[in-house]
Design a protein around this ligand. Structure first.
Ligand code: HEM
Length: 489
């Protein structure tokens, strides 16, 4: 028995309720990739949880219990791991980095990434963050002057790729000012292909390649070439700087501290007997690019959806932003940015209603008993996140978009009972436990910078019918589009 076990009468997964499927296919035909998360949530409402569905012949159990999610996520990497097909497929992509690596190899990588994304590091990096935000502002100013509709999902991804690359690799690709940057287009293929292959009933691409598999393979060759060039430029910079330092201080210890994640990984890899390979470093470069790009861009894009359809809210956010920014177009300092709570809250609340990660997929490494159900090692588990975020016991009036719910101090009991339920533990958009997202602080800073810059300098209006914007699952869940019309203030 383990920490998450409850109940006495033991059930097998075949005893769980299940949507009716077909022999061999299971429920695959009922789960179109782009919307399968919605079907899983509907089945949870209809059948109750836990339930089991089948991807081909593979049973997948589905759970909806916050405390269970916390308990399972806490017991990683020793008792639970991420869904094994994710690691298998990412290995084939040359992308088996921190997100998917398991076992003893995970911890040293985690330490490096945590250091690179730590608050002091981000604070020191703030001037670069502000400069990239200013570049985004100039791009939007040009669009506003030309009366051009902005494709927010695309622009925000350019912003997040520039930020991650500059912070983690010490090189800024400036996708915001280079209209056709190939890496941007190639990266966009990775998550959808991961999703397709993770959910495929068998590894068809080992036997036959469809045109889109071939296009993807070619894109990955280019992405890896780009990453190797990035690595060799970083090595050359490190050698040059070490040589300069050696000339200036010939009698001193000349090794200098790595300045970013890539330098830290290369230093470790190049140490005698490290056992780390260039392939592992490259896998983490790609992991960081992918993990930091769409997630943050999507959370901001959904916030713009709500701001772009609510003039009063937008005016309120703009008033706070203008007050904090003073005369600057972009938040002038890390200290001032901490005043921009509302700018982060609009994004947090947007991702409560439209989660980027509507479920987490895991599996136990040993037999476990959860809520009276016996799960053999390797049983697939999907932990749903949205039902708990839409439960009135966790969030008062849960259908309402209300960023203020994240701003109240819920520790004061009287005021809290007047406002109604607010259960931060039900918000699992960054995961939980030892593998909680290491980029969450960077993401929060990006949200504050972009939302304050946008509202202080522009008014924004959604340039399509809100009802036309759908959730599309491409491993993470993104909006189908987010076109906006900006006007200079
Ligand atoms: C709003 C933005 C973001 C969201 C919603 C998000 C969400 C997540 C989630 C749900 C996980 C899994 C956590 C778990 O297993 O408990 C995760 C892991 C991870 N995230 Fe994020 N993320 C965001 C931004 C970022 C950024 C900006 C970076 C880096 C630049 C990043 C890097 C990573 C990495 C490397 C992992 C794997 C950690 C591990 O397994 O140890 N994320 N993220």
């Amino acid at each position: 028995m383990n920490a998450a076990s409850v109940g006495t009468s033991l059930r097998e997964i075949d005893d769980l309720p299940s949507p009716r499927g077909l022999p061999l296919l299971g429920n695959l035909h009922q789960l179109p990739p782009a919307t399968h998360h919605l079907t899983l949530e509907r089945w949870a409402a209809e059948l109750g949880t836990p339930y089991v569905f089948r991807l081909g012949t593979t049973p997948v159990t589905v759970w909806n219990d916050i405390e269970l999610s916390h308990a399972v996520m806490r017991e990683r990497p020793h008792r639970y791991r991420r869904y094994a097909p994710i690691e298998n497929i990412l290995k084939e992509f040359g992308c088996n980095g921190l997100f998917s690596i398991e076992g003893a190899a995970w911890e040293p990588q985690r330490r490096l990434v945590m250091q690179a994304l730590s608050i002091p590091h981000i604070k020191a990096f703030y001037p670069t963050l502000a400069a990239i935000t200013e570049r985004l502002r100039r791009r939007w100013e040009a669009a506003a002057r030309a009366g051009r509709v902005v494709d927010m999902t695309d622009d925000l991804k350019r912003f997040t790729v520039d930020v991650t690359s500059a912070l983690a690799f010490g090189e800024d690709p400036n996708t915001l000012e280079n209209e056709r940057v190939l890496i941007q287009e190639q990266l966009a293929l990775l998550l959808p292909m991961l999703m397709t292959r993770v959910n495929a009933p068998f590894a068809y691409w080992h036997y036959v390649k469809f045109p889109r598999d071939r296009k993807f393979d070619e894109a990955m060759i280019d992405v890896h070439r780009h990453i190797r060039e990035l690595m060799s430029r970083a090595r050359a910079r490190m050698r040059e700087e070490a040589a300069v330092e050696a000339c200036e201080t010939p009698l001193e210890e000349t090794a200098r501290a790595p300045r970013n994640l890539l330098e830290a990984m290369l230093t470790l890899r190049d140490a005698p007997g490290s056992g780390i390979t260039d392939d592992e470093v490259a896998a983490n470069v790609l992991t960081m690019l992918v993990a930091g790009e769409e997630t943050t861009a999507t959370s901001i894009a959904w916030a713009l959806f709500f701001l772009g359809t609510d003039d009063a809210l937008q005016a309120r956010v703009a008033a706070q932003a203008r007050q904090v920014l003073g005369g600057s177009a972009v938040c002038p300092s890390y200290g001032a940015m901490r005043e921009l709570d509302l700018c982060e809250a609009v994004c947090t609340e947007a991702s409560r209603l439209h989660p980027v990660a509507p479920y987490m997929s895991l599996e136990p490494l040993e037999e476990v008993r959860l809520q009276g159900v016996r799960l053999a090692a390797g049983t697939k588990m999907f932990m749903l996140h949205r039902p708990a975020m839409m439960d009135p016991d966790n969030y008062a009036d849960p259908e309402r978009y209300d960023p203020d719910r994240w701003l109240h101090d819920h520790r004061h009991e009287d005021a809290a009972s007047e406002r109604g339920a607010h259960e931060p533990r039900a918000y699992l958009q960054f995961g939980a436990g030892p593998r909680v997202c290491p980029g969450r602080h960077l993401a929060a800073v990006e949200m504050r910078l972009v939302v304050s810059m946008l509202t202080a300098n522009f008014t924004a209006q959604l340039a399509t019918n809100p009802a036309d914007i759908r959730e599309v699952c491409t491993f993470t869940v993104v909006p189908s589009e987010m076109p906006m019309r900006l006007t200079l203030r």
